[in-house]
Design a protein around this ligand. Structure first.
Ligand SMILES: Nc1ncnc2c1ncn2[C@@H]1O[C@H](COP(=O)(O)OP(=O)(O)O)[C@@H](O)[C@H]1O
Ligand SMILES: [Mg+2]
Length: 252
């Protein structure tokens, strides 16, 4: 099973949009996919039409209670190969709840290690680099970084690289690697081109060939609780998501 985390401490960089649509496309290829939401905003569930405040169990229960199994927190979706573990606001209590627990960094990994029968685990991340993100990075093997092409985004990228390095070295998690950097919210301006050039210079072959442009359909799909492939399979958004998802698949 490939374990891929979509990480960027900046909100609005396209993490959730990529996570759900890459997951959906992989599921459409017959892969069995689990998307785990580690963001207290609960956007994975919300984007797929789930009322995340009413779910019986969420990722919070998974992280807090040792006897709660992965299967108990999973929900099916419109695609028979795609499952999610939703999150909601309760997840903000996680850090306080485990503050003194020696295993607080590997709560997620311990549960992920019990997962069977899936081809892909995709993890959506919160807009911060705290204990939740350390849990994500210790449970994952690959990191995909969506970068919205703004000037300050370059700072954010450096931060994530630092965090990945710290997790690799301090926790001895040498399997972890940044597998893809995906430029998002591309506009054809001189500033955006120069940011893209800087990123390409820095990440070289680690950059995705797909550049994600603005397509309102991607936002609309989420507001209807649908993936872009259900909402408008002929849209530019669907084509871009398919393109980046096939790059992710090819890396495996
Ligand atoms: N390529 C895109 N074109 C238009 N809107 C987008 C695109 N990607 C994401 N969005 C919208 O922008 C907002 C932020 O994206 P999101 O994926 O939620 O970012 P993050 O998870 O990093 O905070 C959402 O409302 C989403 O629907
Ligand atoms: Mg998000």
């Amino acid at each position: 099973m490939r374990k891929i985390a979509f990480v960027n401490e900046k909100g609005g960089s396209g993490k959730t949009t990529l996570t759900i649509n890459v997951g959906a496309w992989l599921a459409m290829q017959g892969k069995k996919v689990l998307i785990l939401d580690m963001d207290p905003q609960g956007h994975v569930g919300k984007s797929l039409g789930v009322d995340v405040h009413k779910v019986q169990k969420s990722v919070f229960d998974l992280l807090i209670y040792p006897d709660v199994r992965m299967e108990e927190a999973m929900l099916p979706t419109a695609n028979k190969n795609l499952f999610i573990v939703p999150a909601n606001k309760r997840l903000t209590d996680f850090v306080i709840n485990v503050a003194h627990q020696p295993d607080r960094h590997i709560r997620l990994r311990n549960k992920v290690d019990t997962l069977e029968g899936f081809d892909y685990l995709l993890v959506d991340s919160p807009p911060s680099l705290g204990l939740l993100t350390v849990n994500i990075l210790l449970a994952a093997q690959e990191v995909v970084i969506p970068v919205s092409l703004t000037y300050l985004a370059l700072d954010g990228c450096a931060e994530i690289m630092d965090t990945v390095k710290v997790v690799r070295e301090n926790f001895g998690h040498l399997d972890l690697r940044i597998s893809l950097v995906v430029p998002t919210f591309f506009r054809d301006t001189i500033l955006v081109q120069s940011i893209l050039n800087k990123l390409t210079h820095h990440f070289g072959g680690g950059m995705s060939k797909t550049v994600i442009k603005f397509d309102m359909k991607l936002d609309q799909a989420q507001s209807f609780g649908k993936t872009i492939f259900e909402f408008d399979p002929a849209s530019l958004g669907a084509k871009m998501m398919e393109s980046v998802a096939s790059e992710v698949m090819a890396l495996g």
